[in-house]
Design a protein around this ligand. Structure first.
Ligand code: SIN
Length: 298
């Protein structure tokens, strides 16, 4: 007899931390919270609480922000420097602000970001966190969904955790570029030929990484960029990568955001995967993203 997959239990605790300068309202059991108020002029104390809230909830969002590119940039730089961007040069005058725009007449089975991924993990130092804002959104669809990779790690059996901990996963943009070409019939844009080459060669990172601020362990693997496990054959590594991606992205570990114009969402790439649902053909979606520098995963 074969066991039906059991629902995870235990380890769910997305309650807000005590805070006196910001108001944080959790929105799902696994992760994610809404932050109330205007995020532009947070005091140092309020910003420190926001940081702690991000490490805890892994995704935060706020309504009614309606930022300009300059305001987006100013908020982003409070988190540290921008991460290198392999895909774009940013918008005019704001190189750190990356446009993510799908026009109403663009139909494709492979939209940028529509598979489960963490942002640019093929870099030697992948972005630590990302800040995305909405300008125009479809009347329905176009949601972003996140999954909590630390919670997913905690619910694996001790035997599986022990096996995974010493492993390194190779992250590369090669499958993403190939898939985009199949879906769109044209090459995926990279900021330069050098950026494309480096993104294809990729980097090997710990499959279980330790959060530098909290010490929390999380699975660092996704279905877009993870191409193999160091020292294993593809026949050995691909079923394991598939299992881990299916495990992390179970409904229980996720939160889903329905965008409104003028929203801002930010997430911790060290402990969460995300995807942009490709389900709004015929409508325009205009978003802008900044990715913030991270460290070499350990
Ligand atoms: C991204 O993958 O960074 C963007 C997600 C989105 O467009 O919702």
């Amino acid at each position: 007899m074969r066991e039906v997959r059991l629902s995870p239990s235990g380890g769910f605790d997305n309650a807000a931390l005590p805070a006196s300068h910001i108001e944080v309202r959790p929105v799902a059991a696994a992760m994610g919270a809404e932050v109330m108020g205007d995020l532009r002029d947070l005091s140092g104390d309020a910003f420190a609480e926001l940081r702690q809230a991000l490490w805890r909830h892994k995704m935060l969002f706020a309504r009614g922000q309606h930022w300009t590119h300059a305001e987006h940039e100013a908020f982003a730089l409070r988190w540290g420097p921008f991460a290198p961007d392999a895909y774009t040069h940013g918008v005019a005058g704001h190189p750190g602000v990356q446009p993510l725009i799908k026009e109403a007449d663009h139909r494709s089975k492979g939209l940028f970001g529509s598979g489960w991924h963490t942002d640019s993990p093929f870099l030697p130092e992948p972005p630590g966190m990302t800040i995305l804002r909405s300008v125009e959104v479809p009347p329905y669809g176009g949601d972003t969904v996140w999954a909590n990779c630390a919670l997913a790690y905690r619910t694996l059996s001790p035997a599986m955790q022990t096996m995974l901990r010493p492993l390194k996963v190779r992250m590369s943009a090669v499958n993403n570029a190939h898939t985009q070409k199949l879906a769109d019939g044209k090459e995926l844009n990279f900021a330069s030929d050098e950026a494309r080459e480096a993104a294809f060669a990729g980097n090997a990172h710990p499959l279980v990484r330790t959060h530098p601020m909290t010490g929390e362990l999380a699975l660092f693997v996704d279905e877009v960029y993870a191409v193999g496990i160091e020292g294993m054959t593809q026949a050995e590594s691909l079923p394991l990568l598939d299992f881990l991606c299916r495990h992390i992205t179970q409904h229980h570990y996720t939160v889903r955001l329905k965008w409104e114009p003028g929203m801002v969402a930010m997430w911790d790439n060290r402990g969460a995967l995300h995807l942009a649902a490709n389900d709004y053909d015929g409508f325009r979606r205009e978003m802008y993203r900044t990715t913030m520098a991270g460290e070499r995963p350990e």
